[in-house]
Design a protein around this ligand. Structure first.
Ligand code: MIG
Length: 651
């Protein structure tokens, strides 16, 4: 059952697409205070779990920390960070009482889940203008399914997007891309996608290609297609200010950019230097920006990743002027000198809350200050792209995912989780984040495998890939300046060929389970407790996940170990994909076990009385040989395989 409560004048975010009557009663759980902004408070019992928040820090159980949902370009994903790139305002309280809550509010909102007081949950935001949805049900899983029904069906990517992709910030010229493909193909490591980061553009101008480095871009795209490689270019939020750059000119002409209070176009520095932000919250500007993706589609491109859409700001002219004043007038005379002020203030030029108050969106003729609706920018950039592509080819699926998101964006594209690091703790964070993202509708999701910032190691990359086999978005991505991270950059390339190959052996299952989940508003990736709700032990397990309805995975996420402890809620078949291509199968009883898993092995468990299809490894999705399909697991059971042409829109 879902009840809707309204406070003040809520902003129409478009998260919820099912109309619901507003309830006249008061919320039956906890208490609400409307004196200073909005505040919801609830006393948690010791054993209550709080699920949700999608792309957020820490565990599957969100208790014991404070989260600011305030989309933020945060490349420092350390344990104390409160804000990441997304704002997914959905939580579930699972315990003595059982309910889910969606806070439909477009600005910064804080979830204090037992941080200030260990037994107290407080959700608060500055303005008491929001809709609150309270969902009751028997289990958390049931609450998720009800929530998913009112937010609409999740984005469905084309089938090729379930292949493996290579990315790196710093590939600049056609030759760089060709080298990567040659290395993958010659080493027989499967691959379907090659990502183009900002360097492919002409001076970081959206929808342009650097003609010096890519003189025949269309020919290159074509050539790659022949090799079964999809090139996926990045699009950034800021449009470069440059006379005679037609996108800039058109946007200026038609008032499609975000404006300052005085009506001039707001300026923010990002990669191209000074830029304007397309006002994607304004339907006309959104349609205009979305129509520009056609420029690359017409060259044969069939997928994109949207970046910098928090929107990220390096600095603004206003911020720099204030900083200069401070240096000139205040720094040397400051009473607290010497201090860290100069440095903190310099760092504070980027993504400054002050800058988010300096610009406005035109929403139905009304100027709305950006900070009030900050968390909707990324969602609406994804929406711009999705709607633009839909208009262009209404019956074709495109690959599309974004960095910043809000619930609702799950209908338009997937997400990657932004700038993580090559740390073992970030592999674990990736594991824990996946089910939370699924609760919020983001099924097509993944992290930068191997880690984006800092230098990876061979063993970390292998372990991360062995987990990435199960994440719908499986992409190796790394930052410029870090150690080479492509799978062929390390010794014993055959180990990488094998681990990535397992993804392709499992692809019919992964695709089938993903599609069934997407079509029926279900989860592809679940916490164990969602399947085994009567098993108290499962409530504690955060490093094992259910993938689809048949399997449980137990990734290894620590260095220098040859295995790990696992918990089995029932008898299961322990499967290992061995490096020589064979599959080992052992039946293990319910309970605790230590399993051996070498660096070049991929483990999974098949649930009792279930089986899954596998095929022979292939080097790309197109080459998967369905006739090689066989069942493994409890092969007396039936498996309900979903398949389709992988490219037509599912209605
Ligand atoms: O300020 O385009 O998260 O994936 O490689 C950094 C360069 C901008 C951030 C993205 C990352 C991408 C990088 N971008």
């Amino acid at each position: 059952m879902i009840k809707k409560y309204s406070y003040g004048t809520p902003f129409q975010t478009d998260t919820i697409i099912t109309p619901l009557e507003t309830s006249a009663s008061t919320v039956e759980f906890g208490s609400i205070l409307l004196s200073e902004g909005f505040q919801f408070t609830y006393k948690m019992a010791d054993n209550d779990i709080v699920y949700g928040l999608g792309e957020a820090n820490r565990g599957i159980n969100k208790r014991g920390f404070i989260y600011d949902n305030d989309c933020f370009d945060n490349p420092h994903q350390t344990e104390e960070q409160r804000s990441f790139y997304a704002a997914h305002n959905f939580i579930i309280i699972d315990g003595t009482e059982h309910f889910g809550m969606y806070f439909d509010y477009p600005g910064k909102i804080t979830f204090d889940i037992g941080y200030t007081l260990q037994d107290t949950l407080t959700v608060s935001c500055e303005n008491a203008d929001l809709n609150l949805y309270v969902i009751t049900g028997d289990t958390s899983y049931d609450i998720v399914k009800q929530f998913r029904k009112i937010i609409g069906r999740s984005y469905i990517p084309p089938k090729y997007a379930f292949g493996f992709g290579q990315s790196r910030w710093g590939y600049k010229a056609r030759q760089d891309f060709e080298n990567v493909v040659t290395n993958y193909r010659e080493n027989h490591i499967p691959i379907d996608m090659l990502y183009m980061d900002i360097d492919y553009m002409d001076s970081f101008k959206d929808f342009t290609v650097n003609e010096d480095e890519f003189s025949d871009f269309e020919g290159m795209v074509n050539d790659m297609q022949k090799k079964h490689i999809h090139l996926i270019p990045i699009i950034d939020a800021g449009v470069k200010i440059e006379d005679s750059y037609d996108i800039y000119e058109e946007g200026k002409e038609n008032s499609y950019f975000c404006k300052r209070e005085d009506g001039t176009d707001f300026e923010a520095a990002v990669w191209p230097g000074l830029t304007h932000f397309p006002d994607v919250l304004n339907p006309d500007a959104r349609a205009w920006f979305g129509s520009k993706y056609e420029r690359l589609i017409s060259k044969g491109i069939d997928g994109f990743w949207n970046d910098m859409c928090e929107p990220a700001i390096f600095y603004t002219p206003e911020g720099v002027a204030e900083y200069k004043n401070y240096l000139k007038n205040d720094l040397l005379t400051s009473e607290t000198f010497p201090n860290f002020d100069a440095r903190t203030k310099a760092e504070g030029l980027a993504n400054s809350p002050e800058d988010y108050k300096r610009f406005y969106h035109n929403i139905n003729g009304k100027m709305v200050r950006h900070d009030k609706v900050h968390n909707l920018y990324g969602m609406n950039m994804t929406r711009a792209a999705f709607e633009g592509l839909e208009k262009l080819e209404p019956n074709k699926r495109f690959l599309l995912f974004s960095r910043s998101s809000f619930i609702g964006a799950h209908r338009y594209g997937g997400v990657w989780t932004g700038d993580n690091c090559s740390w073992w703790s970030h592999l674990l964070l990736n594991i824990k984040m996946m089910p939370s993202l699924n609760m919020c509708g983001f099924l097509y999701a993944g992290a930068d495998i191997g880690g984006f910032g800092s230098n990876t190691t061979r063993d970390l990359l292998l372990r991360w890939l062995a987990f990435g086999v199960f994440t719908p978005l499986m992409r190796n991505h790394s930052a410029i300046g870090t150690r080479n991270q492509e799978c062929y950059s390390f010794e014993h390339i055959e180990d990488f060929r094998h681990v990535v190959g397992v993804r392709y052996r499992l692809l019919p299952y992964i695709y089938s389970e993903f599609m069934k989940a997407a079509i029926s508003d279900d989860m592809y990736c679940k916490p164990l407790a969602f399947e085994y709700s009567d098993d108290n032990m499962c409530r504690q397990v955060e490093d094992q996940l259910m993938i689809g309805n048949e399997i449980m995975i137990t990734p290894v996420y620590t260095q220098n170990t040859s295995g790990r402890y696992v918990y089995l809620p029932e008898e299961m078949k322990f499967i290992k994909f061995m490096p020589n291509g064979t599959i080992s199968e052992t039946v293990l009883d319910k309970g605790h076990h230590y399993i051996e898993v070498q660096l070049n092995e991929v483990p999974l468990f098949i649930r009792r009385n279930k089986c899954i299809p596998i095929v022979n490894a292939a080097e790309c999705v197109d080459d998967i040989d369905i006739s090689s399909m066989k069942m493994i697991g409890y092969t007396d059971a039936d498996y309900d395989l979903y398949d389709d042409d992988g490219i037509s829109i599912i209605r």
